[in-house]
Ligand binder design. Structure first.
Ligand code: ARG
Length: 473
């Protein structure tokens, strides 16, 4: 339409939506830096839904005629199917998804299209579109994490009593069960889900109707549009409505923490799948080979999950940095909010799916875990605890006696349980043969019955607790 004479008013130059006061076209570089259609076309469904709700409300309030509202609704439906069929011509000269849709609507239904933007601005329009998108993504990731929890629960149940070394400083610390270890991740991913749910509940307010920044003189019904779009209620302050991007930051911070959890788990899987550890074997479907070393089976999926955390954390920092200096209300800087969120959502979704597939298909080498659990004097604490319990020794002294037992076993290249009663009694005369009742990894884990401890009975109970919670969702 650029440069063509218009029916009402003078010649139109440049952008047909706001070009009225302009006499020159934008520079090509200006167009390049200004256009967001390359990425915000992702918001097409939300943009169309927002416009339909807005038009229906305008008609309900008598601001728009029923005939125009009908034509607008029909036109928007046509555009939706055009976009979904890949038949829509997105134009960078029309900047963004909002103006691309509106311009096409004008082509389809004529001047009535120009009435859609009554009592609305792109500022509240983009705010509502983006919220709708982020909300749906948060809900999808919430569900995806639920599926990851389910496969972890499968392992937790199967391996409630499979002993493995528990680590601190990546040094063998005390025996735990593999089921208990899986449930630790269940806790972490469940917190991630609650952070996402929390974010969703906070963002569940509709900014549409805030208009440019100050609200509008038209007698609109914001509750109606909020409800039609599935929001709990409208936002309460028009300035905040168009300048707030907390919902995106909430989403990104929840995503970063979830990605961090996935990365820690990925790191463990990388370590555990080495021939040196050999605790787990990845399925062929989630491993790759080496083009030069035929013996290799690489945990690439785990490594990539670990690496995805970098970009997702980067996305959070990018948006925090965009927002930190912005005066109220809308500034064009905020157009840079989208790609970071799109990137984080896409990559977190992929990382969760890869982790779910990897965990579901991996083989757990319980023999290797059992063997490793018994090495490194992992039951030393059990000996110290026994001394406290049975001989009344203060823990610090029991710790010392046990340390000497460890040194002796180390010198003899045997386990603590392989020392003779005489050798133990030489370290502390009160030790009796009953001490051998606690000196095995199985007995050690079975004894850890304190709430939240690793005893197999506890692990089974906790797994059942999570199963029940999942079933109730
Ligand atoms: N494409 C813009 C964005 O993503 C839409 C809002 C434009 N608003 C404006 N006042 N220029 O933020």
């Amino acid at each position: 339409m650029a440069g063509k004479p218009r029916k009402n008013g003078g010649p139109m130059t440049g952008n047909q939506m706001w070009g009225g006061r302009f006499s020159d076209r934008p520079d090509a570089v200006m167009e390049a830096i200004n256009a967001s259609i390359g990425f915000d076309r992702k918001l097409y469904a939300q943009d169309i839904a927002g416009s339909k709700a807005h038009a229906a409300m305008l008609a309900e309030r008598g601001i728009l005629s029923k005939t125009d509202a009908k034509a607008i609704g029909k036109g928007l439906d046509t555009i939706l199917s055009e976009i979904e069929a890949g038949k829509f011509d997105f134009k960078p000269s029309l900047e963004d998804i909002h103006m691309n849709v509106e311009a096409r609507l004008a082509e389809l239904i004529g001047p009535a299209a120009g009435r859609l933007h009554t009592a609305r601005s792109r500022n509240d329009q983009v705010a509502v579109d983006f919220r709708l998108w982020v909300k749906a993504q948060a809900q999808a990731l919430h569900a995806a994490l639920g599926r990851l929890i389910d496969v972890l629960l499968d392992h937790a149940e199967t391996h409630a009593a499979s002993v493995m070394p528990g680590f601190t400083h990546l040094q063998t610390a005390q025996p735990v069960t593999f089921g208990h270890h899986c449930l630790a991740y269940v806790e972490m991913f469940a917190r991630d889900r609650s952070r996402l749910a929390d974010a969703v509940s906070r963002m569940d307010e509709c900014p549409l109707g805030a208009a440019a920044l100050a609200g509008t003189g038209f007698a609109i019904d914001r509750r109606m549009t909020a409800k039609a779009l599935g929001f709990r209620e409208p936002t309460r302050n028009s300035l905040d409505s168009v300048s707030d991007r907390d919902f995106a930051l909430d989403f990104l911070s929840a995503a970063s923490i979830a990605a961090t959890h996935l990365s820690r788990m990925a790191e463990e899987l990388v370590i555990w799948s080495t021939p040196q550890f050999n605790f787990v074997r990845m399925s062929d479907r989630f491993s790759t080979g080496s083009s030069i070393m035929p013996q290799k089976k690489n945990p690439d999926a785990a490594e990539l999950i670990r690496a995805k955390t970098g970009r997702i954390n980067g996305d959070l920092i990018a948006l925090l940095t965009v927002m930190k200096g912005l005066p109220l209300t809308y500034s064009k800087d905020m157009q840079e909010d989208k790609e970071a969120v799109f990137d984080a959502a896409e990559n977190l979704d992929l990382a969760i799916a890869a982790m779910t597939g990897m965990v579901a298909g991996m083989t757990v080498n319980t023999d290797m875990m059992r063997k490793a659990a018994g090495s490194g004097f992992s039951i030393a604490t059990d000996l110290a605890d026994w001394l406290v319990r049975e001989t009344g020794l203060p823990f610090r002294e029991a710790h010392h006696v046990t340390g000497r037992a460890v040194a002796l076993a180390e010198a003899k290249d045997c386990g603590l349980e392989d020392l003779s009663l005489e050798e133990l009694q030489a370290l502390n005369g009160d030790i009796t043969a009953r001490v051998f009742d606690v000196l095995s990894v199985e007995k050690s884990v079975a004894s850890r019955k304190s709430f939240g401890g690793t005893a197999p009975a506890n692990v089974r109970k906790q797994a059942a607790y999570w199963r029940k919670r999942r079933a109730k969702e």
